[in-house]
Design a protein around this ligand. Structure first.
Ligand code: BES
Ligand code: ZN
Ligand code: ZN
Length: 479
């Protein structure tokens, strides 16, 4: 996508006019006010067509001083979709920024870049006829402020959206292509592009280091497991946040095989890992003042001759033993080793994991929010405030001690699924909690929120990239 800046006397026929702040009585605002179409929280779009005039193709977007970031992003999403439907050649946003402070215009530019990139995202796909994939979108900002004043804000929004769109792509790519090895390759090339370090533990290294639980899940496939370790140092000597993303590139369920409905969408079972990689790209490209390590355990959960059997007992990196009461509860097994590895690193003081972990979360929330569990309530409150800024919603579930008995086995230290399906998401959280060595920890279950059935606002149907902006904001607010 191309971006240009022009000053206020720039002339064009097709434009999206942004009216920001009620006190600003430009022609556009006056017109909207006259028609009683401008109030403090306008989200609708008014076109000259609907106002029954047909001079130029203009779309008016008016929002007042009180508008939230999310309202502004959604307004842009609506405007750009409308412009697309009206077949605008390119998107020209004209700021009505007379008397507006530079800071308020910077905010608009950042949100505009973020919202436009997110809205115009389209998964390329594999159709042999690629003609309509070639369209290049161009966006022009018309403002009294000059490019030099606005470019950093533009780039921050673009870099955040690029991280989200990368996560969307990785999740949308089919599982026969997006194998653990392919994911690792993509991580390496992102590291080169955005300047963060990437190390891949292959099967031999995982064996040497004792990642028994990750290896056990991966042994049912000829595509061997990997652990991708990404590292970014943007805050000197201070401690690291570890973000661990589930990277099951296909979850057939193992010998507790999924049925034909459940199995079809399971290429998305690496969306937590995709979020971690997308987050790292956004953080590194924006040179965030933070220290971040991302761990992405990658494998396939299949039914090869060597696959673990229901009832098997396996070891873990932590030394704890686990009875496999259900091979389809594989996510918590691979996360357990990565969590323990992160928790054992001296310079890691905060741990966040993000995973498409349980059908129970998808059923409970229908994708509207993720469920979150924690051993540190203050850390949860930080996440909750980060969540409000980007509208990636979260809801907390408890980890009461009473649930512990559901992960205790009679023949091993733990079992990987409860005796019944009851409290499925919490049971998974209780299991993971055993591997974080009491460090500050948030567990984010994105089963549901990772994928959408239909497009909504700036999110397309398919993989949403939910989690990248949430964690980006969390890193910004946690010091
Ligand atoms: N990957 C699934 C969870 C999932 C379900 C993600 C639907 C996205 C949409 C996970 O590995 C799984 O199969 N979990 C089981 C656990 C159960 C066997 C204890 C589940 O939730 O049914
Ligand atoms: Zn599973
Ligand atoms: Zn899974």
């Amino acid at each position: 996508m191309g971006y240009k800046f022009k000053n206020s006397d720039y002339k064009c026929n097709e434009k999206i006019i942004l009216c920001f702040g009620e006190d600003n009585c430009s022609e556009a605002v006056k017109k909207l006010k006259e028609l009683n179409l401008f109030n403090s929280k306008i989200k609708e779009i008014y076109t000259l067509e609907t106002l029954n005039e047909s001079v130029e193709k203009n779309i008016y977007v008016g929002f007042g001083n009180e508008a939230t970031d999310e309202e502004i992003r959604q307004s842009f999403a609506t405007a750009i979709k409308k412009a697309k439907a009206m077949k605008y050649g390119e998107y020209t946003f004209c700021f009505d920024d007379n008397n507006k402070s530079l800071d308020s215009v910077k905010r608009i530019v950042r949100l505009l870049a973020e919202a436009c990139e997110l809205t115009l995202y389209k998964f390329k796909g594999y159709k042999s006829d690629t003609k309509d994939n070639a369209t290049e979108n161009n966006i022009t900002f018309v403002s009294n402020y000059i490019e030099e004043e606005l470019i950093d804000s533009l780039n921050e929004g673009l870099n955040i959206a690029n991280g989200v769109n990368l996560a969307r792509d990785l999740g949308n790519i089919p599982a026969n292509i997006m194998t653990p090895q392919e994911f690792s390759k993509q991580a390496i090339s992102c590291g080169e592009k955005y300047n963060f370090s990437v190390e891949i533990f292959d099967k031999a290294i995982l064996e040497e280091k004792g990642f028994k639980s990750l290896l056990a899940v991966g042994q049912g496939s000829h595509n061997e497991p990997n652990l991708a370790i990404l590292k970014y140092n943007g805050a000197g000597e201070s401690g690291y946040t570890a973000v661990i993303g589930k990277g099951v590139t296909f979850d057939a369920g193992g010998y507790n095989l999924k049925d034909s409905t459940g199995i079809t969408t399971m290429k998305v079972d690496m969306c937590g890992g995709a979020d971690a990689l997308g987050l790292m790209c956004a953080v590194a490209s924006n040179k965030l003042n933070t220290n971040l390590i991302c761990l992405i355990p990658l494998c396939e959960n299949l039914i090869g001759a060597d696959a673990i059997l229901p009832g098997s007992v396996i070891g873990t990196l932590s030394g704890k033993t686990v009875e496999i009461t259900n091979t389809d509860a594989e996510g918590r097994l691979i996360m357990a080793d990565a969590l323990y590895y992160a928790a054992s690193l001296e310079n890691v003081n905060k741990i966040v994991d993000i995973a498409t972990l349980t059908g129970a979360t998808a059923m409970a929330f229908a994708g509207v929010c993720s469920s979150v569990m924690t051993n540190d309530q203050e850390y949860y409150e930080l996440l909750n405030s980060a969540s409000k800024e980007c509208n990636e919603k979260v809801w907390q579930l408890p980890l009461f001690d009473e649930y512990k008995e559901r992960v205790v086995s009679s023949i091993a230290d733990l079992r990987n699924s409860g005796p019944t399906r009851a409290a499925g998401s919490i049971v998974a959280g209780m299991f993971l909690k055993e591997f974080v060595c009491n460090k500050s920890w948030l567990h984010i279950d994105i089963a549901g929120s990772a994928v959408a059935g239909v497009e909504k606002n700036y999110n397309p149907a398919g993989v949403t990239g939910y989690g990248v902006r949430l964690l980006y904001n969390l890193l910004k607010v946690s010091k």
